[in-house]
Design a protein around this ligand. Structure first.
Ligand SMILES: *[C@@H]1O[C@H](CO)[C@@H](O)[C@H](O)[C@H]1NC(C)=O
Ligand SMILES: *[C@@H]1O[C@H](CO)[C@@H](O)[C@H](O)[C@H]1NC(C)=O
Ligand SMILES: *[C@@H]1O[C@H](CO)[C@@H](O)[C@H](O)[C@H]1NC(C)=O
Ligand SMILES: *[C@@H]1O[C@H](CO)[C@@H](O)[C@H](O)[C@H]1NC(C)=O
Ligand SMILES: *[C@@H]1O[C@H](CO)[C@@H](O)[C@H](O)[C@H]1NC(C)=O
Ligand SMILES: *[C@@H]1O[C@H](CO)[C@@H](O)[C@H](O)[C@H]1NC(C)=O
Ligand SMILES: *[C@@H]1O[C@H](CO)[C@@H](O)[C@H](O)[C@H]1NC(C)=O
Ligand SMILES: [Ca+2]
Ligand SMILES: [Ca+2]
Ligand SMILES: [Ca+2]
Length: 583
């Protein structure tokens, strides 16, 4: 992530971002609007002023984030006070007056909350009547932005160093460069199995044991040493010939389990401690792969539901697979970024490692962009197939013989608008004044929508987007049928989110519960039985739990090669090696 993107991230969380977005302020404007509206609502809930609401919001942040937050508040306070005194205040107007949102020439006025007075530009001009006044405010905000990003070590560190390194999607803390880490975040063990020796690159998860792991654990599955009775190594006795198989996801934000906690953006639910996990969430790029349905491995007290995943099933079937998972899910990933960069962050050696089950799952970004001419910027079926082919060719050079590759179809994102458009977004929880439709239109207006084609009130456009997605799925399916490899077999897996939804509603569920509440974009789940697995490489836990189950069952029926057999030595492994070193 570059400095610009880094600042956008922080703009969401009470630090102003001063880099201009696409039009009308872009993501800077969106960040400002969210922060100001939270501050205002928190103030009102507590019978306090907006400025006091701001201070309260700062106090909810982890200690190290409070000073930059307070610097920001001190700087915007006069403008906000003036708006309130003159009765012009709305979050949209405030961000105009702060020059973080603009009305660019030829562009409509973008607003999230209902318009008052004579519109945004007019209201802002009451505070900033001259061009000179606007320029002055703009430069003040720019300076504030660089002061904040440079002046506080925690932000500077994350802004400039961490996210730059993270652009290659490899662990930041990795002394031996084998792409496995010893810390959880920053593409560490939340994404890939823990390295059991971080100064020896020949030691890492997924490896075929060196010399039977006689003296040390070379593959980090916790199994090593020699059985005193037989003189054979434990790897030989307990693991050899059991068909070890790693799990590798090549995916997007859905596969990485993107999630913004709802109580971060719903004012009535924000409280002290809500943002305690913020630093870790930032360091994980808002992804929660350790709870995902492909590589989740741990139950979290932060969510209600138990974790289950393809990896976890692999481990349950055969404990020798311990720690052999890689979640290469990247927010915004599409076939061209997979083929262009992301795939190269995979770690697998054709000769030295065990085979793997690779899941190629890009459920929407190829038809998703925020461009006003959105269809022209979607991937074409020819490009999709060529990009996928290029990824398969790469996998052919990396995957050991006996590996498996599963490609999933894309989602039909019409479910988003159909389900949510008239529902209240968490930002509107307090006054019931912001629907998902309002949010979608606001993001479209700023040209920063994660998916204009589906998050749009234009039904023709939504239909065309789904048609293109179906066409891209067909391209994948054709490539699966045509590609020949001696190292892996290939399987195409359909998942039909609409069918899942219908079933869910028929069983008495609410359709709205299927979609991630904050972004109104990612599938989510509070589920009962039989979720279609792949819908679910997503958000909430139960979804993940059931999707993994369904994934497993489907695989069992349609693609039994992709499944490992039960290792009869599992009990013995537990007795001898306990939790195998944990995660
Ligand atoms: C202010 O509102 C928050 C919820 O946003 C609540 O947790 C807190 O207790 C309130 N404070 C007071 C003094 O009522
Ligand atoms: C705010 O004021 C209203 C009306 O006076 C009252 O009902 C409510 O309890 C107050 N809220 C807080 C947090 O003090
Ligand atoms: C999570 O807890 C459930 C039981 O509550 C258990 O069945 C499951 O195996 C646990 N999952 C993980 C990943 O530990
Ligand atoms: C692979 O990715 C790059 C993006 O870096 C792209 O330019 C190229 O066209 C892609 N497709 C193929 C078939 O190589
Ligand atoms: C969009 O597609 C749906 C389902 O195929 C169809 O019922 C509807 O008439 C279409 N709407 C438009 C405007 O094309
Ligand atoms: C809806 O989208 C279609 C396809 O992009 C476009 O041709 C049409 O003009 C749009 N309709 C409106 C009312 O914007
Ligand atoms: C999808 O493919 C069909 C058949 O090739 C084509 O007629 C249609 O225009 C395509 N739709 C989109 C949106 O690409
Ligand atoms: Ca390492
Ligand atoms: Ca190592
Ligand atoms: Ca071992």
């Amino acid at each position: 992530m570059d400095l610009k993107k880094c600042m956008v991230v922080f703009s969401l969380f009470a630090v102003v971002a001063l880099v201009r977005g696409k039009v009308n302020g872009g993501s800077t404007c969106a960040g400002c609007t969210i922060i100001v509206s939270l501050a205002e609502q928190i103030g009102e809930i507590n019978n306090e002023t907006v400025v006091q609401g701001f201070q309260r919001l700062c106090n909810y942040l982890p200690a190290s984030y409070q000073p930059p937050c307070k610097t920001f508040v001190a700087s915007v306070e006069p403008t906000i006070q003036q708006l309130i005194d003159e009765k012009f205040f709305t979050p949209d107007v405030a961000c105009q007056a702060l020059t973080l949102c603009t009305v660019d020439p030829g562009q409509p006025e973008c607003h999230l909350y209902p318009l008052v007075n004579k519109g945004l530009a007019w209201s802002a001009s009451q505070i900033l009547p001259t061009r000179a006044a606007r320029e002055k405010q703009y430069h003040k905000m720019r300076k504030l932005g660089s002061d904040i990003c440079d002046g506080f070590p925690i932000l500077k560190g994350i802004c400039q160093f961490v996210y730059q390194r993270l652009d290659d999607h490899e662990p930041l803390v990795d002394a031996d460069g084998d792409r496995f880490s010893i810390i959880e975040t920053l593409r560490g063990t939340h994404f890939r199995g823990r390295d059991c020796d971080d100064v020896d690159s020949s030691v890492h998860p997924g490896k075929r044991a060196i010399d039977g792991d006689r003296h040390r654990d070379s593959n980090c599955n916790g199994i090593y040493g020699v059985d005193p009775k037989t003189g054979k190594t434990y790897e030989e006795l307990l693991c050899d010939g059991t068909g070890q198989l790693g799990v590798i996801l090549l995916g997007d934000s859905a596969g990485a389990h993107f999630h913004i906690p709802e109580n971060w953006v719903s004012a009535p639910d924000i409280s002290l401690g809500a943002f305690e996990i913020l630093p870790d969430v930032l360091a994980d790029e808002f992804d929660w792969p350790h709870l995902s349905s492909m590589t989740g491995y741990i139950n979290s007290s932060l969510v209600k539901w138990p974790t289950d995943s393809a990896y976890y099933r692999m481990w349950q079937m055969n404990h020798c697979n311990h720690r052999d998972y890689q979640n290469l899910g990247v927010n915004g990933a599409r076939s061209s970024s997979m083929n262009g960069t992301i795939q190269y962050s995979m770690s697998r050696d054709q000769k030295m490692d065990h085979p793997a089950l690779v899941i190629y799952s890009l459920i929407g970004n190829d038809v998703c962009n925020g461009h006003p001419d959105t269809i022209a910027h979607m991937t074409t079926p020819e490009e999709m197939r060529a990009n996928f082919h290029s990824t398969l060719k790469f996998l052919d050079t990396k995957l050991p013989k006996g590996s498996h590759v599963i490609a999933t179809s894309m989602a039909d994102g019409r479910i988003l608008y159909d389900t949510l458009h008239d529902k209240i977004h968490p930002l509107g929880n307090w006054r019931q004044d912001v629907t998902y439709s309002d949010l979608y239109e606001f993001l479209n207006c700023l040209q920063i929508s994660p998916c204009m084609g589906w998050m749009s009130s234009n039904e023709t456009l939504r239909n065309l987007t789904s048609q293109r997605a179906a066409n891209l799925s067909r391209a994948l399916e054709m490539e699966v049928g045509a590609y020949k490899s001696t190292n892996f077999d290939l399987h195409y897996e359909v998942f039909d989110i609409t069918k899942v939804l219908k079933k869910w509603v028929k069983e008495g569920g609410h359709a709205k519960d299927l979609i991630e509440p904050v972004d109104g974009f990612h599938p989510s789940q509070k589920q009962t039985s039989e979720m279609s697995c792949l819908v679910l490489q997503t958000t909430q836990q139960l979804a993940n739990f059931l999707s993994a189950k369904k994934f497993w069952e489907d695989l069992d029926k349609t693609f039994p090669n992709g499944i490992v057999k039960m290792n009869p030595h599992n009990n013995q492994i537990r007795e001898l090696f306990g939790n195998q070193g944990g995660y």
